[in-house]
Design a protein around this ligand. Structure first.
Ligand SMILES: C[S@@+](CC[C@H](N)C(=O)[O-])C[C@H]1O[C@@H](n2cnc3c(N)ncnc32)[C@H](O)[C@@H]1O
Length: 243
């Protein structure tokens, strides 16, 4: 039941994490990839960034997620234009990717935290060609001295959170060259949370007599409120690196 409610909420969203086509494009412009690159998009969700990658490269994209209905939705969206020929989907756990080929570009927006930033850097590297590029977003402290309440919130949500320089150290220690990094501007969060708030409000009404469902919906609402209060101290950072 808990999972069903969670997925019902996120299936309706244009994307499943903060982001924007403009920022995907900005990170992509830092990747010096071949004309017809092989691309792996890990934790693609319903494919907001997959579609941007397809529109802005001549590549063949393998879009991976462990939740089948997200991949179905991605295929449906891609079918509306010729870009569907550039996208293939793969339902798989990112912790157990058994792909034989290596890629020119690995993309992972809002999902490397699932395997863990440091572990993901090392595991995904095995799937990257020498000289290949990887772009990921990771939530990080972007301002010093966050309030105690914010620290407590993140200790519970994602204890591995660090600051940008901590993440850059992980990138270098894993053997990559850091090509570029930037903090995802606030509009990416504002749009994401505006959509989430609308859906949460509708679902609060729909599930008003269902305590289990209310717990999941409240959790989303708390996340939005936390960002309103402490969002100046944390953000998603886009890291572009070279193997
Ligand atoms: C925060 S969402 C980001 C989705 C998308 N990249 C975006 O930015 O809109 C994380 C995604 O990772 C997927 N996911 C969660 N656990 C996973 C796993 N173990 N293996 C592969 N994908 C996973 C979820 O289904 C979800 O689509």
């Amino acid at each position: 039941m808990m999972d069903e409610i969670f997925y019902e909420m996120f299936e309706q969203m244009p994307r499943q994490g903060p982001g924007k086509a403009e920022y995907t494009k900005r990170a992509l412009s830092c990747c010096d990839i071949p004309d017809y690159p092989q691309i792996l998009d890990i934790g693609c969700g319903t494919g907001a960034q997959t579609l941007s990658l397809a529109e802005n490269t001549n590549g063949l994209i393998t879009a991976v997620d462990n939740y089948g209905p997200f991949l179905r939705e991605l295929r449906k969206k891609a079918k509306r234009s010729v870009i569907h020929k550039k996208i293939q989907t793969l339902q798989s756990d990112m912790n157990r990717l058994s792909l034989k080929q290596k890629f020119d570009l690995i993309w992972c927006e809002g999902a490397i935290y699932i395997i863990g930033f440091n572990k993901g850097l090392r595991e995904f590297k095995k799937l990257l060609k020498p000289g290949g590029f990887m772009a990921v977003t990771e939530v990080a402290w972007i301002k010093a001295n966050p309030p105690r309440e914010a620290v407590v919130y993140w200790e519970k949500e994602y204890p591995a959170i660090t600051d940008t320089s901590g993440n850059i150290n992980f990138i270098r220690e894993a053997g990559y060259e850091l090509v570029h990094h930037f903090i995802m501007p606030q509009d990416a969060w504002d749009e994401f949370y505006a959509a989430l708030k609308d859906i949460a409000t509708q679902m609060q009404e729909k599930y008003k007599d269902n305590k289990e469902a209310q717990k999941i919906i409240d959790y989303a609402v708390k996340e939005i409120e936390a960002y309103k209060k402490f969002g100046a101290f944390y953000g998603y950072v886009f890291f572009v690196m070279k193997n």
